[in-house]
Design a protein around this ligand. Structure first.
Ligand code: TYD
Length: 347
């Protein structure tokens, strides 16, 4: 099988490739990635030596480049991870999210439509978010039946991409599957997101900025559990359907932050790091609560998370504490110039 992965140098994409490329030497993998700020070539460095892995720097917003990659590689399966993902950035620069998430997805769908001729039985799996469903009140959980109600420019761009995926399935018969996951965490997540930001700030005695009163609730999914779910959906999920993926750990942000300060204080031999917690101005349009009902993926595919939040968080903290060079490089972005000279500017 020939497997195209978009955004394979980012956080979730690189976790996916790091597991499935070595496990499947009989499959060919092509990673196409724009290598924007949140991706790092170090994330996939270990794969470079493997004969079944290739990389090309491609910006999905450039249709001709997407067409070229699709034509040359002729994939049987597409895992579409590439996206701008940070809500706070989407509030500052919404157009970049339209460009990458909406136009990028439609370009990929359209290129697949042109090159998939009906003889093969390909799968286009689009990796999306639970944020498309909007915000929950005090009770209930999102499921595959929940209507879309996005609030941030980020979630609106992902909702739009999901609608295009369904439109290409319904109109052209493109073999699409969609997954909507909760908040991922784990090694190699860019430190703009809650968990890595708090870990790194707690390492350096910097304030831990908690939005509002820290009562907003997110469900947390360990990235490797997410990747396993994606593989199973591609293998055995139904065409044209959606699968919600969650970690089953939905708690207020302040609890997550206190869990981090506790583990970090233990590792640093300190009594407490709670004095670093600082309540700051809330995010505009901040969704109150996300939670996921994972009955469908559990009942149909037998998937469930394999690690507890406590295990996943400990592993994540240890990864950040022992990968200072990665952290330094992604923070300074110094490798961006090297990327441009090594791969050429993305087009
Ligand atoms: P984030 O990691 O940005 O993911 P998302 O907004 O996609 O859920 O944020 C997770 C939660 O943590 C969200 O409720 C906002 C909150 N948050 C903070 O309180 N402080 C921060 O510095 C960040 C980045 C997020």
């Amino acid at each position: 099988m020939r497997i195209l992965v978009t955004g394979g140098s980012g956080f979730i994409g690189s976790a996916f490739l790091s597991r499935f490329v070595p496990e499947n030497p009989h499959h060919e993998f092509l990673n196409i990635d724009k290598l924007s700020y949140a991706a790092h070539p170090l994330n996939t460095q270990a794969l470079e030596q493997l004969p079944n892995y290739c990389f090309e720097r491609v910006d999905l917003a450039h249709f001709a480049s997407v067409q070229r990659a699709l034509k040359k590689f002729a994939p049987d399966r597409v895992f579409h991870f590439a996206a701008e993902t940070h809500v706070d950035r989407s509030i500052r620069m919404p157009l970049e999210f339209v460009q990458s998430n909406v136009l990028g997805t439609v370009n990929l769908l359209e290129a697949c439509r042109q090159f998939w001729d009906g003889d093969q039985s390909p799968v286009f799996l689009s990796v999306s978010t639970d944020e498309v469903f909007g915000s929950l009140g005090d009770s209930g959980a999102f499921s595959e039946m929940t209507p879309y109600d996005p609030h941030s420019p980020y979630s609106a761009s992902k909702a739009s991409a999901d609608h295009f995926c369904r439109a290409y399935h319904d109109t052209f018969g493109l073999p699409v599957k969609i997954t909507n996951c909760s908040n991922n965490y784990g090694p190699r997540q860019f430190p703009e997101k809650l968990i890595p930001l708090m870990i790194l700030n707690a390492m350096e005695d910097k304030p831990l900025p908690v939005y509002g009163e820290g009562l907003n609730v997110r469900d947390w999914l360990f990235v490797d559990d997410h990747c396993e779910a994606l593989w199973q959906v591609a293998e055995r999920g139904k065409l044209g359907e959606t699968y919600c993926i969650g970690g089953g750990h939905d708690v207020p942000n302040i609890e997550i932050v206190k869990g981090i300060t506790k583990l970090m204080a233990e590792r640093r031999g300190l009594d407490s790091l709670d004095h670093l917690i600082t309540f700051v101005k809330d995010r505009p349009g901040h969704d109150f609560r996300y939670a996921i009902d994972t009955s469908k993926i559990k009942n149909e595919l037998g998937w469930q998370p394999s690690c507890t939040f406590e295990e996943g968080l400990a592993l994540t903290i240890d990864w950040y504490m022992s990968n200072e060079e990665w952290v330094r490089q992604v923070r300074t972005g110094e490798y961006q110039n090297w990327i441009d000279s090594h791969y050429g500017v993305a087009h």
